[in-house]
Design a protein around this ligand. Structure first.
Ligand code: DGL
Length: 264
């Protein structure tokens, strides 16, 4: 089994981490599209084009059987087109976990942090309107421009990052939000700071485990036995912060066999 995974940068590694916990016997090819990061402040057309270029490369160079779009922003802009163009490929996208958040909230107030492109996309708007109306839950949305760059540059604990998070989380705090959707795969990398600001009682919703389970189920339907070791190859299209990769990998207990290649 050969699985292609991509994101604009390091964020999708939070999805890979969840995959390593339950998925075996496969080679993973992870592309961090750092040359064009961040995606969240680009147009839908630009994000679609970058996504198509990466999938083309993954198919031609690594002959992947499954694709995970480990990026909420690229899922919003490109998942429909990717499914139409590559019908024989298992294609799994990443969407903000509004449904689990609505199930988890007790206060009826849910915060959603995501990139501007994800929050403005039709896909998110439709899902949010439908779920929040039918469950009478108020969604307090917050775009976080600039946060992905801070994380890519390894500045997760820097004063500027903490102060950005303070400003964005203030309306959520004032509204007594008890659950926050991390609608960008980079944001779990600052979840400690979010918890410090909001308090430990606030639930943070990420989607890595659900994606890993979906990958396992869909690949088993196609005869994958889920045995043997997992090899993870990490590539980037531009410069990548290797210290950040090491920091992320250090937190993995069962990281498979990880080989990091990059071209900077
Ligand atoms: N990690 C991404 C996401 O899930 C993209 C962030 C970006 O490049 O702006 O949305």
């Amino acid at each position: 089994m050969r699985v292609g995974v991509f994101d604009s940068g390091l964020g999708g590694l939070t999805i890979i981490q969840a995959i390593t916990k339950i998925f075996k016997g496969a080679e993973i090819f992870y592309i961090a599209d750092t040359k064009f990061a961040p995606y969240g402040e680009k147009t839908q057309e630009q994000i679609l084009q970058h996504s198509l270029d990466i999938v083309d490369y993954l198919l031609k160079t690594h002959q992947i059987d499954a694709l995970i779009v480990a990026c909420n922003t690229a899922t919003s802009a490109a998942i429909k087109e990717l499914r139409e163009r590559f019908p024989s490929l298992i294609v799994i996208g990443t969407e903000p976990g509004i449904k689990p958040a609505i199930e988890a909230t007790l206060s009826g107030k849910v915060g959603v942090m995501a990139t501007p492109a994800t929050l403005n996309g039709n896909k998110y708007q439709l899902l949010a309107d439908e779920l929040s109306c039918s469950n009478s839950v108020e969604l307090i949305e917050q775009a976080c421009p600039g946060l992905v760059e801070q994380i890519e540059n390894g500045k997760t604990k820097e004063d500027k990052t903490v102060s950005m998070l303070h400003d964005w989380l203030k309306p959520m705090h004032e509204n007594e939000v008890d659950t926050i959707v991390l609608g960008c795969t980079h944001y779990p990398l600052v979840s400690d700071t979010i918890k410090e600001i909001m308090g430990a009682h606030v639930k943070l919703i990420e989607t890595g485990c659900a994606i890993a389970q979906r990958l396992k189920a869909l690949s088993e339907e196609q005869g994958h036995t889920n045995n043997g070791h997992l090899e993870i190859n990490v590539f980037s299209t531009g410069k990548i912060n290797k210290n950040m990769i090491n920091e992320i990998l250090e937190n993995w207990k069962d990281g498979g066999e990880i080989m990091v290649r990059s071209n900077d």
